[in-house]
Design a protein around this ligand. Structure first.
Ligand SMILES: [Zn+2]
Length: 330
């Protein structure tokens, strides 16, 4: 790779009337995409899909992008959130405020409930440490992780959406015709994609990504990996030529990508099986076999939740979770 290629543009038109905004986001992923979709023929009404990470750098980039298109925040009438992970949701409260409260924010009802729960829990101790303890995480590592997690939670900003979708709702646009919210749980329990049958185009959030396999985390009430696989099949049945992902460049051929992602999870299940056969007795020990190099607290948390999601899918999670005396899972 050359060291001299120009930085990728902040804004690019990826379909007539659909602009990709490439917002900065440090963590491994490097950037996160928002999309602006033209709602009316005159180009005075727009929908923003996802809102970027909630920091100043990201806000400046988003604001610059909107201005560079000759728009003001008053032109943004709809804000559609694919899911409430911080890199997709973070700036939504600020966007809403900048529009004078006029933009309608929509998200899936499970994600809205999750935001309410987070807002109530900001200053309460998290159940994360109890979970990690029951999964075999050593005490010193546990301290590092829960401290980092608490710091993230305290930056949390609440906002009630104006509309709670279930999936199946239709929004009329000028650029893509009617677009439909598609309920695709797995990466997050209330994840929504946006599908345009007319343009054969899917805005996929984190459900389908071109280069990385989306993280699937263990959930207490759900088999998240089974949900995710069912959501892959659901999208696989749609007629799609173009996918606009939450991270990375637009891509096509979703069928091939879906097969690759399923193979990745099959392979991970096999490696977990092998780790168990070779003597691992806790989710923590499985993480150590799968990722022999030390993981940062941030990545460790992803790794163990991912391992737990696979164990649940394999029907092995309960047998490997140590009961904790007096631990309430509230
Ligand atoms: Zn996400």
């Amino acid at each position: 790779m050359s060291h001299h290629h120009p930085p990728p543009p902040l804004v690019s038109e990826v379909h007539p009337g659909v602009h990709r905004i490439r917002l900065p986001f440090h963590l491994e992923l490097n950037h996160v995409n928002s999309y602006l979709i033209r709602l009316d023929d005159a180009g005075r009404e727009w929908m923003l899909v996802d809102a970027g990470f909630g920091n100043e750098e990201s806000w400046t980039a988003l604001n610059t992008a909107v201005t560079s298109l000759g728009l003001t925040w008053n032109d943004v009438r709809e804000v559609f959130i694919t899911h409430t992970h911080p890199d997709h949701w973070g700036l939504a409260p600020r966007v809403k405020a900048e529009t004078g409260g006029a933009a309608r924010v929509a998200m899936q009802s499970i994600e809205a409930a999750n935001l309410r729960k987070l807002a109530e829990a900001v200053n309460r101790p998290s159940v994360l440490d109890k979970r990690l303890r029951s999964w075999g995480t050593p005490e010193d590592q546990l301290q590092l992780i829960t401290r980092q997690f608490l710091g993230m939670r305290q930056r949390f900003e609440a906002l009630a959406p104006d509309r709670e979708f279930e999936g199946g709702e239709v929004i009329g646009t000028s650029a893509l015709g009617p677009v439909r919210a598609v309920f695709t749980p797995g990466h997050s329990p209330g994840h929504l994609c946006l599908y345009s049958p007319e343009a054969r185009l899917l805005i996929s959030g984190d459900h389908l990504l071109p280069k990385i396999t989306p993280h699937v985390a263990w959930m207490e009430e759900r088999d998240a990996l089974a949900d995710y696989r069912a959501s892959l099949d659901l999208v696989g049945d749609l007629a799609i030529d173009t996918i606009l992902p939450g991270h990375g460049d637009p891509f096509g051929a979703p069928a091939e990508r879906i097969v690759e992602i399923k193979r990745h999870h099959d392979a991970r299940c096999r490696r977990i099986e092998e780790a168990l056969e070779s003597g691992a007795t806790t989710p923590h020990e499985i993480v150590a076999v799968l990722w022999p190099k030390a993981l940062s607290p941030f990545n460790y948390r992803f790794a163990i939740y991912e391992v737990m999601a696979h164990l649940k899918f394999m029907g092995r999670a309960e047998g490997l979770t140590q009961p904790l005396e007096g631990a309430a899972w509230d």
